[in-house]
Design a protein around this ligand. Sequence first.
Ligand code: URC
Length: 327
Amino acid sequence: MTASSPAGARPPGPARTTRLGQNQYGKAETRLVRVVRDGATHHIRDLNVSVALSGAMDAVHYSGDNSAVLTTDTTKNTVYAFAKEHGVASPEAFAVHLARHFVGSAPSIERARIRMEEYAWERIAAPSAEPGGPGTAPAPAPASDDKRHSFARTGRETRTTEVTFDGTAWQVISGLKDLVVMNTTDSEFWGFAKDPYTTLKETRDRILATEVTARWRHDWTGDAQDAPDWDDSWARARAELLAAFAGTYSLSLQQTLYAMGARVIEQLPDVAEIRLSLPNKHHFLVDLEPFGLKNDNEVYFAADRPYGLIEGTVLREGAEAAIAVTD
Ligand SMILES: O=c1[nH]c(=O)c2[nH]c(=O)[nH]c2[nH]1
């Protein structure tokens, strides 16, 4: 993908032993909070934006000629200016806007990849009036319901987005990470392969817990008319992941992974592919016999490591895998 600049960009010298490979650059982790003031009711989007640009960048690497470099500082400034000028309708829509802008913003910029994390906040309920009384400060005026500018950061998962544009093709990947879920039953694990090192006991009833990382790719051409409602689409995908986790009687985490991915593909017509990474957050039964107690699958030790790591991609029939397998 990375184009070459004129051969003159390379320093003169004897036989070369090296050459530049894939490269990209940009400002990582620009923290942006965008407030929309709708009268007294405010709305916020809290984002962590990472821009990665690539193109004709041989000269800067070979000789320090910076003339093709749109600075990382400029990319950060653009994030803030676009947040003001265009707003943040959704992480995906904002990332599409930025990617479209960066490609061709300088002749050297041929590809842009925008990653975002979004942190969830919820409204703090409007406070009721304090009781006043002798010797106390006057009670504040009762807060009206529309005085809504107070938020608490939730302990929920982080929403993620990755948008890549090369001047022609779009790739929009939505996702989430750190979504911790648990089934306290309806999970078994038995019938697995055994060798001389196998000590794991078969179980017909265990806790199944994981911390979901999911990324799903939309089949989208870049036509604004066809763009999904990104927020609605994300909420639906999240709900389907949870429904599949809760609703699958699990014989293995691998089976649960496939059920979760398949359900998203089946329920969201524009999703072509989903990749899941599911650490098996093991819960081991504590041996209570030394205390003369029977453990009827009630008392567990929650281990944090090591953990099984189950990962996989589920594809719509006919779709090609395109989500990068990172690790
Ligand atoms: O659902 C599971 N899948 C495995 O591959 C595995 N391996 C293991 O030790 N426990 C489990 N559980």
